[in-house]
Design a protein around this ligand. Structure first.
Ligand code: SAH
Length: 248
């Protein structure tokens, strides 16, 4: 079981597979007033940077589940590297329908909301693992500027304009689902650069090491077209944030 191989290639050198930076992850941990011993569940935990650094900096105890074998291995290595292997556990699995045996204080899905079939379903799924009074974290894109045409939305790799909301509407939508938004940390364009531009050097080096790979043509095409596409569309139109929610 794994995610499509192209992501394991283009994001192999990423510690964070989202436009949030290490600094902003720390800001988020501080904003949530995490205490030592806080139990955190993370669906789609990627290479584990959020859980590992929060374990180091705030003493949390965490479980992450991710479908990428490579990212899950990287997460385990990162936990050892940061000296928190006793505090965090990473499971290589499909997180669809995952509910923890023990209730957690923080239930997160940061940039992988398709796991629950979009935002509403993911919130519902996370709520099943959450103790009363706990926090749900959702990482999700929104439109920084509304795309003037469907073509621009597609340039952002969205299926259509209706895939995402503007920030005020996204915040209202959490209310409609019965949740208060109690904190948020938003990515910025520099953070998008760290996520997107970091793929280019990875792709270039991968191509040099794997010229005859079956994906070499696809990676070559992406490396050629991505800088312009990203600068013209995603960087201008797409916002991204992590939203902390509590049921009303
Ligand atoms: N939250 C992490 C990773 C976000 S990228 C971070 O911010 O760094 C999305 C992640 O979801 C990837 O790591 C991918 O492997 C994982 N993923 C995709 N589908 C999944 C599924 N069905 N179950 C578990 N993880 C999944």
């Amino acid at each position: 079981m794994d995610i499509p191989r192209i992501f394991n290639i283009t994001e192999s050198a990423h510690r964070i597979h989202n436009p949030i930076t290490a600094e902003k992850l720390a800001t988020l941990g501080a904003a949530l007033r995490l205490e030592s011993g806080t139990r955190v569940l993370d669906l789609g935990s990627g290479s584990g940077e959020m859980l590992c650094t929060w374990a180091r900096d705030y003493g949390i105890i965490g479980t992450g589940i991710d479908m990428s074998q490579l990212f899950s291995e990287q997460a385990k290595r990162r936990a050892v590297e940061l000296g928190v292997a006793e505090q965090v556990k990473f499971i290589h699995d499909d997180a669809t329908g995952y509910v923890s045996d023990e209730k957690v204080d923080v239930a997160a899905c940061v940039g992988a909301t398709w796991i629950g079939g979009e935002v509403a379903g993911t919130i519902e799924l996370l709520a099943r693992s959450l103790r009363t009074g706990g926090l749900i974290l959702i990482g999700e894109p929104y439109w920084r500027q509304l795309p003037p045409t469907e073509e621009v939305a597609k340039g952002c790799l969205a299926g259509s304009i209706s895939d995402f909301l503007m920030l005020p509407e996204l915040l209202v939508s959490f209310g409609r689902l019965g949740y208060d938004v109690v904190e948020m940390v938003l990515a910025d364009q520099d953070g998008w650069d760290r996520y997107e531009a970091a793929k280019w050097l990875t792709m270039r080096r991968w191509l040099e090491a794997n010229p005859n790979d079956e994906l070499a043509k696809e990676v070559r095409a992406q490396l050629t077209s991505e800088p312009e596409r990203y600068a013209a569309y995603t960087r201008e139109y797409l916002g991204w944030g992590v939203f902390a929610l509590m049921p009303r």
